[in-house]
Ligand binder design. Structure first.
Ligand code: F6P
Length: 347
């Protein structure tokens, strides 16, 4: 998010546009917590990013702070937010965030005509139309690193590990992480697995992988947090199922918020700057109620960047719902493709 904030500010300042930042997301917008992010250079008078932004683009998180804001679902608070923005002469809003943030941006545009453009940012990769959101690549690199480390212990100690990764209701991180780490199995909320179904399969995998005649003995199972089976229940039941195997242990690791932090990868920094450039160009060109998307399809609207297209927030929200409900073509395509890769390369 910091990489996107810094890029938005730089692009806008270069265009001579004043920028204020909103602290703590929609919560700050309701409270009028705005702060300048550009200032005139004392010598030349040309607008430039404030010194606080120096070096921030390479750090994880957001220097503006963020917050969950249930109050923003109430139109009264949205009206209050718009009052603050109008009082500060804000003519357009760049919203960087996940699906809740995009719903808020859509409401500000449709109810109040406030020009809004969204930049998708969520490790869950559950935002409609964009192939990738900011944070996903960094999160996946962390998952790969953590799983590689866990695999070292697994191999040395003849253990099976169930590693739970974040993603809310979306299994993307588990799926993509599972492919990259050559996991033996991946459990996804989209497939809604029942305990008794997966237990048998996992038992077979553990018996095969950790059998005496195999040289490299380890089992790695990636489980998305949205899967309804509690991780500890899975580990306990799997342990019981293979309790006759000598020296074999099943362990759990919940990666939790470790996956959400860390300095952004090259790819996330690149994505942030390309999203930001198009976002600012679009809002200055009078576009509104839209989100920038990483997409090479023929859908949406082309921009100055061949890989970034504009989609209306309306259709982003519809596609996001389909992703969450597991009815999206994109989701099915992802699962099929990664299943195919996994089937060929996992073992
Ligand atoms: O949406 C990002 C995310 O990290 C999800 O993967 C996770 O379910 C949730 O946020 C955790 O939120 P919180 O830190 O508020 O518990």
């Amino acid at each position: 998010m910091n990489a996107a904030i810094v890029s938005v500010v730089k692009v806008a300042a270069m265009a001579g546009v004043n920028v204020v930042g909103v602290e703590d997301g929609y919560e700050g917008l309701i409270n009028g917590a705005l702060r300048p992010l550009v200032e005139p250079d004392p010598r030349t008078g040309v607008l430039a990013p404030i010194p606080d932004l120096t070096g921030v683009g390479g750090q994880g998180g957001t220097m503006l702070g963020t917050a969950r804001c249930p109050r923003f679902r109430d139109p009264t608070y949205r009206a209050l937010a718009v009052q603050w923005l109008r009082a500060a002469s804000v003519e357009g809003l760049v919203v960087i965030g996940g699906n809740g943030s995009m719903a808020g941006a859509h409401a500000l545009w449709s109810e109040h005509g406030l020009p809004t453009v969204g930049i998708p940012a969520s490790i869950d990769n559950d935002i409609g139309h964009t192939r990738e959101a900011l944070g996903v690549d960094t999160a996946l690199n962390t998952i790969v690193d953590a799983c590689d480390r866990i695999s070292d212990t697994a191999r040395s100690h003849r253990r099976a590990f169930v590693v739970e990764v974040m993603g809310r209701d979306c299994g993307y991180l588990a799926l993509a992480g599972g492919v990259a780490t050559r996991a033996d199995a991946v459990l996804l909320p989209e497939k809604n697995p029942e305990l008794h179904q997966v237990l048998k399969k996992l038992e077979t995998i553990v018996r095969h992988r950790l059998s005496d005649h195999r040289e490299k003995k380890k089992v790695l199972i990636l489980k998305a947090e949205g899967v309804k089976i509690p991780t500890q229940t899975l580990v306990d039941d799997l342990s019981t199922a293979v309790s006759d195997m000598e020296d074999v242990e099943v362990r759990a690791t919940v990666l939790g918020h470790i996956v959400r932090g860390g300095d952004p990868t090259f790819r996330d920094r690149l994505l942030a700057s390309r999203f930001a450039l198009v976002a600012v160009q679009s809002i200055l060109a009078g576009e509104s109620g839209i989100m920038v998307c990483w997409s090479v399809s023929d859908y949406g609207k082309a921009t100055s960047d061949a890989f970034v297209r504009l989609f209306s927030l309306d259709s982003v929200l519809r596609e996001t719902k389909a992703l969450t409900e597991g009815t999206s073509d994109l989701q099915n395509e992802r699962i099929h493709r990664l299943d195919a890769i996994h089937g060929v390369l996992a073992f």
